[in-house]
Write a protein that binds this ligand. Sequence first.
Ligand SMILES: *[C@@H]1O[C@H](CO)[C@@H](O)[C@H](O)[C@H]1NC(C)=O
Ligand SMILES: *[C@@H]1O[C@H](CO)[C@@H](O)[C@H](O)[C@H]1NC(C)=O
Ligand SMILES: *[C@@H]1O[C@H](CO)[C@@H](O)[C@H](O)[C@H]1NC(C)=O
Ligand SMILES: *[C@@H]1O[C@H](CO)[C@@H](O)[C@H](O)[C@H]1NC(C)=O
Length: 188
Amino acid sequence: MEGKIFIAGVMILCVVVGHAQEGYYSEAIPAVHMEEKMTKLHFFLHDILSGQNPAVVQIAKANLPQNNSFASFGTLSATNDAMRVGVEPTSKLIGRAKGLYVLASQGQDDEMALVMYMDFGFTTGKFNGSSFVVCSRNPVMETQRELAVVGGREQFRMARGFANLHTRFLNFTTGDAIIEYNVTLFHY
Ligand SMILES: *[C@@H]1O[C@H](CO)[C@@H](O)[C@H](O)[C@H]1NC(C)=O
Ligand SMILES: *[C@@H]1O[C@H](CO)[C@@H](O)[C@H](O)[C@H]1NC(C)=O
Ligand SMILES: *[C@@H]1O[C@H](CO)[C@@H](O)[C@H](O)[C@H]1NC(C)=O
Ligand SMILES: *[C@@H]1O[C@H](CO)[C@@H](O)[C@H](O)[C@H]1NC(C)=O
C-alpha cells in the first residue's frame, strides 16, 4: 500500500517537473465570460500625401513598366494620418492612424482597392491611449464602403467590429483624401 502511494507520488512529481521544465504555458481553464459593450465612433481621417510634411509616404514600389504612381499595383505606403473631429484640416485632432497600406489593383477591369493594416489610436478624451485595429480591403472608389475591425488595445482590447467609410474629399492629382469614419466596436 505505502509502496503504491510512493510510486504514485513519484509519478505525480515527474508530471509536475515535466510540466515545469517545458514551462511556457499555463493550464487551460474556461474563460470568464464578460459582458460585451458596444461603442460607436465618428471622426474624419485626413490622408494627406502632398505638402512639406506628408502623413503618407511611399516606402516600396513594384518594378513594373507602368508609371501611374497613385494607382500602381504593389505600392506600399506608411501612414501617420490625423484623425480629426471634422473635415477641416484645422479641426480638433483626436488621434493618429499608423500603419501600412498596399495598392492591390491590376488593370481597368479590377476594382480599385487598397489593403490596410492600420492601428487607429486615440490621443484625447475617454479613449486616450486606446486603439482599434483594421486589417481589411478598402475599395477606395466606392463612395460607401466597409472595413473589418479585427482587434484593439487597452479599452478596446479584444475589439471586433466594422467601419463604414464615406469619402468626403479626394484630389486625384495628389491622392489626398478626407474620409468620414463611422465605426461600430464590440469590446469589453
Ligand atoms: C516613368 O516615369 C519616369 C520618371 O518620371 C520617366 O522618366 C519615364 O519616361 C516614365 N515611363 C513611362 C513608361 O511613362
Ligand atoms: C493622453 O494620455 C497620455 C498618456 O497617458 C497623457 O500623457 C496625455 O496627457 C493624455 N492626453 C489627454 C488630452 O488626456
Ligand atoms: C489638387 O491638387 C493639385 C496639386 O496640388 C491642385 O493644383 C488642385 O487645385 C487640387 N484640386 C483640388 C480639387 O483641391
Ligand atoms: C456617421 O455618423 C454621423 C454621426 O452619428 C452621422 O451624422 C452621419 O450621417 C454618419 N455618416 C454616414 C455616412 O453614415
